[in-house]
Design a protein around this ligand. Structure first.
Ligand code: R5P
Length: 264
């Protein structure tokens, strides 16, 4: 692996080979999502607890102070909105030159396997990988399921994740599901999980992170379950303990309960 690529991967995945990525890229098709109406206020307090930040270039340039020394995973696909029934019609919307100018550690795009735009998004992934290689920048493929949440099963997610890896993605982000080890075992590159829509309570978040790591995930790339919480710092701190300190779910809950009234 080229030095630049290796260095960027190692900045995202810590010495234990695991990572806590904070996902705040939702606005690229959802606009001002609940509790992320003001990214400049919501994101900075969480940065010290994240190993990397997944964000769009608009929010990065306008809402994140360059003084923060956090690896950036830049969302580079888009071109759709939640108002459209079909969310799969995405293309690459950021040049690699601009990504390099922003000093990012990785670029991210969604693929929509099994949808009307499967071909288009898989070609976009391949082209992005070809271009990103010239800059030594890793590519994270998001196995998006759009509005079709019924696709969250091991068979589909394993298929989509493996295809992304076969095309050359360096990291795959997918959803946690039953038999998740089938997804990680058949994917030769690190797999991280998205959190998905807000879960019933914090215990469920920690349980999902715990189970995902136990079944081979190399970390989490979570958004709404962190920053839509009333206690985002306490939630991300407890997730960190699960990922990096091998905390049990009980221990994570205790940590969360202890922190939630002390930190914002
Ligand atoms: C989709 O909007 C993005 O890829 C998100 O980064 C991803 O879904 C993770 O965020 P969440 O944990 O909120 O699902």
């Amino acid at each position: 692996m080229d030095w630049g690529l290796k260095n960027r991967m190692q900045r995202i995945f810590k010495e234990d080979g695991l990572t806590v990525m904070l996902a705040v890229d939702h606005g690229y098709f959802l606009g001002a999502v609940s509790r992320m109406e003001e990214p400049a206020k919501t994101i900075p307090p969480l940065i010290p607890y994240a190993d990397s930040l997944m964000v769009t270039r608009g929010v990065l340039r306008n809402c994140i102070d360059p003084k923060f020394n956090i690896p950036i995973v830049l969302r580079v696909s888009g071109g759709n909105s939640v108002l459209n029934e079909d969310l799969s019609n995405e293309e690459v919307v950021v040049s690699m030159q601009d990504a390099a100018r922003l000093g990012v550690c990785a670029v991210a795009l969604s693929i929509y396997v099994g949808t009307a735009h499967e071909h288009q998004t898989l070609l976009a992934l391949s082209k992005l990988i070809n271009e990103a290689r010239d800059f030594g920048i890793p590519v994270l493929a998001v196995t998006a399921v759009g509005k079709e949440l019924e696709k969250r099963d091991a068979k589909y997610l394993s298929l989509a994740s493996r295809i992304a890896a076969e095309l050359g993605a360096d990291i795959v982000k997918t959803y946690y599901c039953e038999d998740f080890q089938k997804v990680t075992e058949s994917c030769p590159v690190p797999v991280v999980i998205a959190g998905g829509p807000k879960l019933k309570d914090e215990t469920d978040i920690f349980q999902m992170a715990y189970d995902a790591i136990a079944k081979g995930a190399k970390g989490v790339d979570m958004g709404r379950n962190i920053w839509q919480s009333r206690w985002p710092v306490a939630v991300i701190s407890a997730i960190r303990s699960v990922v990096h300190e091998k905390a049990t779910v009980d221990k994570a809950v205790k940590l969360f309960e202890g922190l939630k009234n002390k930190v914002a």
